[in-house]
Design a protein around this ligand. Structure first.
Ligand code: NAD
Length: 518
């Protein structure tokens, strides 16, 4: 992907990942156009921020209604853009936005409200408060795998707090970028509050280098690094939602039928092109062989096909991703992994890859260390769950994970030991759709959190305020210092020892010295 300056008058040709036919040409936004659009968003910021939360939530209700009215049309076009089944476009792309909007309609006022904060006794008579104010213009850069929800959820989160937004959708899925532009326009958002700049990496780079106040980036680690580096020069805050290599740990007492179905859905949903895809299955040795058999029978039932074929699994959306999948599988094979099923491109037109199960996967293989982003389930045999936890944590990614056990206390204990942003016990993936739970990664999986209260606060500055009634002339700690040291020491000791009343006497005496000096 290009990240040099975007030239004027370039276009992106969008092809169907199912048939290869050309679906449209999309103009690439130049650096000059990005600057103009950001200036428009800057001009719209103050009126939008000052319009108040009620006004903004009413606008969000209009967005929700537009989604409801257009759900079928949007699902079809998102599926044309990505190749994913219509069911996935509806459930994993469209449904989550109204869920989040409903949640924030109920919670935003409380999350964003100014709050009273405790004040230590040494600051007698003062009161402390915390309040939040919007950052300004937020640049949002999104990927192609869930191009609707990974753009719209950060957008609405930023908008609710009073920010304006410029979205740079992925060049691989420009049709969805247009849907988002139309959706906000149909919801009658004021001019400049929501802008969409189509283009590739060069447009993304122009956005990061423009007059935005924060960048919210979802994509690969390599691009995330570039975004952070560019943002450092101003400097502006960045939030990075990056890749994963999610562990699924199957204990011997797990419901294996359920776990196998979950592994297949969690690993092959959206043809495995998902940051929180199941990508490392740790099965303890007692149940390993039986579990692999169950996986195999589940995978054999899957139907591959395009959105018109009522299939379970669609094509690889971004054709270059195919090279990574094939490279990882070849490396695994030559290093001793066993292909249980699949392992090759599907025998049909379009960029389809057969759903694949790999057994005997070991930690030195590329398929274990790197994100594959394809329909592959690598299984690793472990002695026990302690070994699984140790291996799961000994990895550069830390996004999502799941643990499987009939003993829920044990499940929770294991979940607590995992180093990542979120864990499910006896389920996969779905926690990302609970709007009340924060989402994000650690290590190479990213920096920052959104969703839940963090989702709104990610786009707000906090401001600390302390108020004194302003009636007395002096503070005990102000000049002059002469004659106050012993009392200050006494106050310090009382404070550190938790004898709070012991602080009051020395403070009074220090104030008396102040008065004496006029
Ligand atoms: P990518 O990094 O190639 O592109 C992401 C976006 O960045 C695109 O819009 C692209 O045009 C833009 N971009 C490219 N170069 C840029 C630059 N120099 N400056 C600014 N923007 C630039 O990623 P992708 O292939 O679209 O997405 C797949 C990756 O995203 C995977 O690694 C996946 O795990 C990750 N992902 C993470 C999450 C999450 O929430 N953690 C969710 C989905 C996908």
């Amino acid at each position: 992907m290009k990240d040099e300056k975007p030239e004027e008058n370039r276009t992106i040709t969008k092809r169907s990942p199912v048939t290869g036919e050309v679906l449209g040409e999309f103009a690439v936004c130049s650096e000059r156009q990005v600057r103009q659009v950001v200036a428009k968003a800057r001009a719209a910021f103050r009126p939008w921020a000052d319009a108040g939360l009620k006004h903004r939530l009413a606008a969000m209700d209009r967005v929700k209604n537009v989604i409801l009215q257009n759900a079928e049309q949007y699902a079809r076009r998102i599926s044309d853009d990505t190749g994913k089944p219509l069911f996935d476009s509806l459930i994993t792309e469209l449904v989550s936005v109204p869920l989040f909007l409903d949640h924030y309609r109920k919670k935003a006022r409380k999350i964003l409200a100014p709050r009273k904060i405790p004040t230590p006794i040494v600051f007698q008579h003062k009161k402390s408060y915390l309040e939040f104010f919007p950052m300004g213009v937020i640049g949002i850069i999104s990927p192609w795998n869930f191009p609707f929800q990974l753009s719209v959820i950060p957008m609405i989160s930023a908008l609710i707090g009073g920010n304006t937004v410029v979205l740079k959708p992925s060049e691989i899925t420009p049709i969805t970028g247009e849907i988002i532009r139309e959706m906000f326009s149909e919801a009658r958002m004021p001019e400049g509050v929501v802008e969409v700049v189509q283009g590739d990496g060069s447009t993304g780079s122009a956005l990061v280098n423009s007059d935005v106040d924060k960048i919210f980036f979802t994509g690969s680690v390599a691009t995330g690094r570039k975004v952070m580096e560019a943002a450092a020069s101003r400097p502006i805050p960045v939030e990075l939602e990056l890749g994963g290599k999610d562990a699924m740990i199957i204990c011997s007492d797990a419901n294996l039928e359920r776990a196998a179905k979950a592994a297949v859905w969690g690993g092959l949903l959206n043809a495995g092109q998902m940051c929180i895809s199941v990508e490392r299955i740790f099965a303890v040795e007692q149940i390993h062989d039986h579990f692999v058999e169950l996986l195999q029978s589940e995978v054999q039932r899957l139907k591959l096909g395009g959105p018109q074929e009522d299939a379970d699994m669609g094509p690889i959306t971004f054709s270059r991703q195919m090279d990574t999948i094939i490279r990882h599988i070849n490396d695994a094979k030559s290093s001793g992994a066993k292909i249980i099923t699949g392992g090759h491109q599907a025998d049909r037109p379009g960029t389809f890859f057969a759903p694949t199960i790999l057994a005997d996967v070991t930690v030195d293989m590329e398929i274990y260390r790197e994100e594959t982003f394809g329909p592959v389930l690598p299984v690793i045999k472990v002695k026990d769950e302690d070994e699984a936890i140790r291996l799961a944590n000994d990895h550069k990614y830390g996004l999502n994970a799941s643990v499987w056990s009939a003993d829920l206390k044990r499940g929770r204990r294991l979940a607590s030991r995992l180093e990542c942003g979120q864990v499910m016990v006896n389920d996969v993936v779905s926690s990302v759709s609970n709007p009340a739970l924060p989402f994000g990664g650690i290590k190479n999986s990213g920096i920052g959190r959104y969703h839940g209260p963090d989702g709104l606060l990610a786009f707000m500055h906090s401001k600390a305020i302390m108020v004194d009634p302003g009636k007395v002339k002096h503070e005990p700690f102000w000049f002059p210092y002469a004659g106050k040291y012993d009392d200050a020491l006494q106050a310090f000791r009382a404070l550190v020892q938790g004898r709070l009343l012991g602080v009051i006497g020395p403070l009074k005496r220090m104030n008396k010295i102040n008065r004496h000096h006029g």
